[in-house]
Design a protein around this ligand. Structure first.
Ligand SMILES: Cc1cc2nc3c(=O)[nH]c(=O)nc-3n(C[C@H](O)[C@H](O)[C@H](O)COP(=O)(O)OP(=O)(O)OC[C@H]3O[C@@H](n4cnc5c(N)ncnc54)[C@H](O)[C@@H]3O)c2cc1C
Length: 404
């Protein structure tokens, strides 16, 4: 449906990827972003092969290679003595198996790479969505400056507190009881972490710490969770207290203590998610990314799933015939929901398994981790090709219509 007028709320990873994928398909769209300036803050984000392959096809192969780091492995360690519990090899093994790298990237680099794919006059800044309305003929974005934008389709890419989602599901974000402190440290302050580029995690009672190099190896990004805090703010720019964080990790492995000690500032983020939903659209309104399925970051897949959503929705719209909007939205939902629901659930499961107190359950976890170190168990996640899923869905639809 190349004539469709599409209005997107939010120019984060989901909104920009969607706009880039639509632009590639020759469909025009406009993005309405509340921020006055697109200076993406935050620390690192892991981009797994399931998203890397889509970003490469959008034209970001060279750009990612120049700004990201391809870790050689993901290592899980014990909190106190640093004993290795599991090593998942990445590097060339990952490239050979999945055809593309696993990347660790600064959010700002990913964001600006995506932004480079979208015509600048299609991104409207300082445009805050207050409400969405629709009737049979059109959907509308009501912005806080009083402007109303009409469109054939409204896409909510407006994150966990999505206004567009209110139009589809009656629910609220749920606090996980966890706060995450995030920081960036210059690489020269933590050379002991960089003998090999790796994603390292230390698991301990009630909390865990993760770190990896970003910005072509110039910085190390880390996230350290702390449980049972009554802090509820979600913002990439909310500040935390390094001394408080260091106190929460007292007694942990010296590498963790030295990493936290090397940070001058930390951001602080209260972790929320939502229950998964059984619908992603209502009439002419749909949602992608965190607006559709906010998840805890314990599988490092939120942004990856946002990228998958964006590419699939754009392809469903591009494939739809005249008047095919509702068919396209049903197809998007059918392809995406089973996968994102599973990943949301597994991210919650990891919140428990990462944070086990020392004891029987922790020993069972560690024994099973040691027995499953290869890439096989990641095939379903990293091997998934969202664009093939669209083709597969189309083939299924043909088979079903022939047999009925
Ligand atoms: C600590 C932490 C670590 C993470 N690590 C990873 C990782 O390693 N790998 C991974 O894949 N994912 C990770 N994630 C998840 C990932 O950050 C999110 O899933 C991803 O940012 C979702 O992108 P989005 O575009 O859907 O939403 P957002 O990034 O929230 O973007 C939403 C955009 O919409 C705008 N907006 C919001 N409301 C309005 C409005 N009313 N009007 C107009 N604009 C609006 C916002 O300003 C923003 O630009 C992590 C998350 C956290 C919290």
């Amino acid at each position: 449906m190349p004539q469709t007028r599409v209005a997107v709320a939010g120019a984060g990873i989901a909104g920009l990827t969607f706009a880039a994928a639509l632009h590639r398909a020759g469909i025009d769209c406009h993005l309405y972003e509340q921020a006055e300036h697109l200076t993406e803050v935050g620390a690192g984000v892991q981009v797994a092969p399931n998203a890397t392959r889509l970003l490469h096809r959008l034209g970001l192969r060279d750009r990612l290679r120049s700004v990201a780091v391809a870790p050689q492995a993901i290592e899980m360690r014990r909190w106190d003595d640093g004993r290795l519990l599991q090593r998942t090899p990445l590097g060339n093994l990952c490239r050979r198996r999945f055809g593309v790298p696993y990347y660790a990237v600064h959010r700002a680099d990913l964001h600006s790479s995506l932004l480079s794919l979208v015509p600048p006059d299609r991104v409207h800044l300082g445009a805050r969505l207050d409400a969405v309305t629709q009737d049979a003929d059109e959907a509308r974005l009501h912005l806080s400056d009083g402007t109303t934008v009409t469109a054939d389709l409204v896409v909510g890419a407006d994150g966990i507190h999505s206004i567009a989602r209110e139009h589809i599901v009656a629910d609220r974000p749920q606090y996980s009881g966890q706060t995450i402190y995030r920081g960036l440290v210059p690489a020269e302050r933590v050379p002991f972490l960089l003998t090999e580029p790796r994603v390292q995690l230390w698991f301990g009672p009630d909390q865990h710490c993760v770190c990896y190099p970003v910005s072509s190896g110039r910085q190390v990004s880390f996230g350290a969770t702390v449980s049972a805090s009554d802090w509820r703010e979600e913002s990439w720019s909310a500040r935390g207290d390094v001394a408080q964080l260091a106190a929460a990790y007292a007694g942990w492995h010296p590498d963790v203590a030295r990493l936290i000690g090397a940070a001058e500032t930390v951001g602080r983020w209260a972790l929320h998610d939502r229950e998964s939903t059984d619908r992603l659209s209502s009439g002419r309104v749909t949602v992608i990314g965190d607006a559709a399925h906010p998840m805890l970051p314990f599988q490092a897949q939120g942004a990856n799933q946002a990228i998958e959503d964006a590419v699939v929705l754009a392809a469903c719209l591009a494939d739809a015939g005249p008047g095919g909007l509702s068919t396209a939205l049903r197809r998007y939902e059918r392809i995406r929901l089973p996968r994102t629901t599973l990943i949301q659930r597994r991210s919650r499961d990891n919140a428990k398994t990462f944070h086990l107190a020392d004891g029987d359950a922790q020993r069972r976890r560690d024994t099973s981790a040691q027995g499953s170190s290869g890439l096989d168990r990641h095939e379903w996640l990293f091997g998934y090709d969202a664009e093939q899923a669209i083709t597969y869905d189309a083939e299924q639809a043909i088979t079903t219509s022939r047999s009925s």
